[in-house]
Design a protein around this ligand. Structure first.
Ligand SMILES: Nc1ncnc2c1ncn2[C@@H]1O[C@H](COP(=O)(O)OP(=O)(O)OP(=O)(O)O)[C@@H](O)[C@H]1O
Ligand SMILES: [Mg+2]
Length: 364
């Protein structure tokens, strides 16, 4: 059963600034009952507004005009897609945008409708195809989520067993046995981390990743993360620097998820730096707080920087990891209404920055 069938309601978001077209589409949709469900239509006349709505709610189908007052062309589609991965997006284009509409199919759009050519039957067909596609994708994602979830339990149990053995709870171990267990434990930790990332990713894809916000001290979080990663710095002889404001900054956000972003950016910095320094920085910037992790590592070529925040993207085969860390980080920061980006020069280093809205500040 698709999510729409479960709710008995197909949620459609129409992103369109032309009032007349929005009105006609709304009227035509009234009689449609794809998969026997009622249609519920919400409209947004700007991309900014649509992105806000998409943060709050999950839709079954999105219709979008590529030319909006605050966004033009393929960029519009790309931003919608990022904000609603796995939701079928139908392009409503003017005849003059036809080539662009076809290009957006190549980039993953579900379909396109030329505004002057569509009729009610076509609308119904487009909706049904889009919903069917979503049903198949959801089934696949649900299967992956289930498998990944079930993998977590045995791995957690094995980790606990190894931990108990290492602590000598089942008898004294020889140095060789200890060394073997340490090796196994290390691999298990990596496996656990990968499963956690895959699990979070599958929740994001299914639109089931929820923020659990609380108020916490961001500077304290950065100090703790840096301290936990100090062992990596010491191993390589890299200088670990902290640049924090004199007065602590408190934010209202999902503590665990923001913590994971810092851990990923920090461990990436140490992974890809052989000498020099890694700096964790937090500074207030108007209504926002800007956070950065800067390194003096290998850097990233310009043409590869765009790929960084895409799924399973590891630029070099040498380093191990799922390549999901930055995708998850991006999704987390965007879900908080923030932004994440990179500045990097090959052989000089990289700086990953993110900004988060600052709800409230308290001096400690
Ligand atoms: N500070 C950095 N310097 C150079 N390259 C980097 C840096 N951070 C990320 N990258 C590149 O981006 C890729 C993706 O990073 P990401 O954190 O998403 O995945 P990962 O670290 O490979 O695996 P994991 O899912 O465990 O985080 C890395 O594999 C690396 O090629
Ligand atoms: Mg990483």
């Amino acid at each position: 059963m698709s999510p729409a069938e479960k709710r008995n309601e197909v949620r459609v978001l129409l992103i369109e600034d032309e009032q007349d077209f929005a009105f006609i589409l709304e009227k035509s949709m009234k009689g449609c009952q794809p998969q026997g469900c009622q249609l519920e239509l919400q409209c947004a006349d700007r991309l900014g507004k649509a992105l806000e709505v998409l943060r709050e709610r999950r839709f079954d189908v999105i219709f979008v005009d590529l030319g909006l007052p605050d966004s033009q062309g393929l960029e519009t589609f790309i931003k919608v897609r990022e904000a609603a991965p796995n939701v079928p997006v139908v392009i409503c284009s003017a005849i003059s945008d036809r080539d662009m509409a076809i290009e957006s199919i190549r980039l993953g759009a579900q379909d396109f409708m030329i505004k002057d050519e569509w009729d009610r039957k076509m609308l119904e067909r487009v909706l049904i195809y889009a919903l069917e596609r979503q049903r198949v994708l959801t089934l696949k994602e649900e299967f992956i989520a289930m498998v990944v979830h079930d993998l977590r339990n045995p791995v957690t149990v094995i980790m606990q067993v190894v931990d108990q053995l290492e602590k000598g709870y089942c008898g004294e171990l020889t140095p060789e046995q200890k060394a073997f267990l340490k090796l196994g434990g290390h691999s298990l930790e990596k496996l656990h981390h990968m499963i956690d990332e895959l699990f979070e990713m599958s929740k994001i894809e299914l639109g089931r990743s929820r923020l659990e916000k609380s108020r916490f001290n961001l500077c304290e979080m950065v100090r703790e993360t840096a301290e936990n990663l100090r062992v990596l710095a010491n191993k390589k002889g890299i200088l670990l620097k902290l640049e924090l404001p004199k007065k602590d900054i408190f934010i209202e956000a999902d503590q665990e998820k923001i913590g994971n972003v810092w851990v990923n950016l920090g461990s990436n910095a140490f992974k890809f730096t052989q000498e020099g320094s890694v700096t964790f920085r937090v500074k207030e910037d108007g209504n926002c707080v800007q956070c950065s992790v800067q390194d003096t590592g290998c850097g990233i070529p310009k043409e590869k920087q765009e790929q960084l925040f895409k799924k399973f993207e590891r630029l070099g085969a040498k380093q191990k990891g799922t390549g999901l860390g930055l995708v998850i980080a991006k999704s987390t920061i965007q879900a908080h209404g923030g932004k994440i980006w990179v500045e990097s020069v090959p052989d000089e280093g990289s700086a990953f920055h993110f900004i988060l809205p600052l709800v409230e500040r308290r001096h400690s």
